[in-house]
Design a protein around this ligand. Structure first.
Ligand code: FES
Ligand code: FE
Length: 445
């Protein structure tokens, strides 16, 4: 049997309808390679918040799968993204994670590029005099195929044939507005970007946020005691309406009973006061149902690897760096008009909870790493996992768009299965047309 058919057999995810999951999707190098081609070279991926490149010349570097990318605001105020590689001999063009530049100059042979990505000069201009055919316009930076925006968030795709961002996000934007559009001033990311390396598969993080509220109580019991001086609330029960919503592989799970639950976890009176004072405004802008989602105990993931927890307002990208290595990049979202002391309180709260030295993050990280270690065992890998909790029945929720698949209960794997079904569809889809593939993944394809 060929490796391709082996992989297809794994990726068909036979048994998922019964809640059984093949562990190889977290381990197999061939699966990882296909993820780079079928997911990271084709999906819309988070690149930046507009506030991270607030004026001309400000840039940040990030990853789209294995591809390093620089996101920069140009002199014309337009935000663009380029592959972060010099077209001369391929040196990594921009080293820092963020900064300000008038132009980008490659340190290897000093080719220079303006903020629109055009080759504007070389250190030894006369070097080209003996190459009369050399046309600088053929040696600009390679742009990310499409860049688009949703309420402050900047996304890009390496696939020129990808459907527009609007259809990629679909009606999930209705939920996203709960955190991106609850205030007329919009949002921003405040400085505390942290990058850390975790020895786990990137999907562990995405699946944890798409719908694994079940882990919160057992995993975070000690952290909750330290931070809140109480237990993580018990999930489930008649008096605790909770839901999971899924659209196009994007998922959000939340509980109605703790409208300030996520924020309360920060243990910050300033944040709680701000949210209480603005509750009426949230209701006016979002309606009664979505206003409860602004700061509920909840978590979400935009397919494939962009997660957040409303209330706590940690945003994070699980960058794949190999089948068993993830680079986690974290940010904090706040309303731009929030008072400085409230923003500072949100930052402190995140440092105390969802940072490498916080009360919660190390708990999750050690479990993600333990899971990944266990999948390395050859005999262990032949035993499937279980993700069959909860009803697959969709419930009608009059407050939400018909296209969102809403299911009841946080003690449920409905969103996990929804994410994996979407993943499986993309991973077994036919290859894109050759021209798209060339642009997305280069000549090596
Ligand atoms: Fe960049 Fe040569 S590799 S100038
Ligand atoms: Fe957790």
């Amino acid at each position: 049997m060929s490796e391709a058919s082996d992989l297809n057999e794994i990726l068909a995810l036979e048994g998922l309808s019964n809640g059984r999951l093949d562990r190889n999707i977290f381990h197999h190098p061939g699966i990882y390679e296909r993820e780079m081609k079928n997911i990271f070279a084709r999906c819309w991926l988070f690149l930046a918040h507009e506030s991270q490149v607030p004026e001309p010349g400000r840039f940040r570097t990030t990853l789209m799968g294995q591809d390093s990318v620089v996101v920069v605001r140009g002199d014309d105020n337009q935000i663009r993204a380029f592959l972060n590689t010099c077209p001369h001999r391929g040196n990594l063009l921009v080293g820092p994670q963020r900064g300000r530049a008038k132009s980008f100059i490659c340190p290897y042979h000093r080719w220079s590029f303006n903020l629109a990505g055009e080759l504007t000069g070389t250190h030894e201009r006369h070097a080209f005099d003996c190459s009369p055919d050399f046309d600088p316009s053929n040696f600009g930076l390679v742009p990310v195929a499409q860049v688009d925006f949703y309420k402050g968030l900047v996304f890009g795709t390496l696939d020129p044939a990808a459907p527009p961002l609007k259809s990629y996000l679909g009606d999930f934007t209705f939920l996203l507005d709960a955190i991106l559009d609850n205030d007329p001033g919009g949002t921003e990311f405040i400085p505390m970007p942290v990058r850390s390396v975790i020895k786990c598969n990137w999907k562990e993080g995405a699946l944890n946020f798409v719908g694994d509220a079940l882990h919160a109580q057992p995993t975070h019991v000690a952290g909750a005691r330290a931070m809140m001086r109480r237990q993580v609330p018990q999930l489930g029960g008649q008096d605790n309406p909770s839901y999971q919503a899924m659209a196009n592989g994007h998922g959000w799970e939340w509980s109605e009973r703790y409208p300030l639950g996520g924020a309360a976890t920060l243990n910050s009176p300033a944040v709680l006061q701000y949210l209480k004072e603005h509750q009426k405004q949230f209701e006016e802008r979002l309606g009664p149902e979505r206003s409860k989602m602004v700061a509920a105990i909840s978590s979400a993931n935009i397919f494939p690897n962009f997660s957040f927890a409303p209330g706590i307002n940690t945003f994070r990208v699980w960058h794949p760096r190999g089948p068993g290595i993830t680079m986690l990049e974290t940010f904090i979202l706040v309303n731009r008009n929030a008072p400085p002391e409230v923003k500072a309180a949100w930052r402190r709260g995140n440092q105390r909870t969802f940072s490498p030295t916080g009360a919660f993050e190390p708990d999750d990280v050690s479990l993600f790493q333990g899971v990944t270690r266990s999948h390395q065992g050859r005999a262990t890998r032949s035993h499937r996992l279980y993700c069959g909790l909860g009803s697959r029945e969709r419930v009608a929720h009059p407050a939400f768009p018909e296209s969102l698949r809403i299911t009841e209960g946080q003690i449920s794997d409905a969103n996990t299965r929804g994410y994996l079904e979407h993943y499986s569809q993309l991973m077994t889809a036919p290859s894109p047309p050759k021209d798209a593939r060339d642009h997305a993944a280069g000549d090596a394809e």
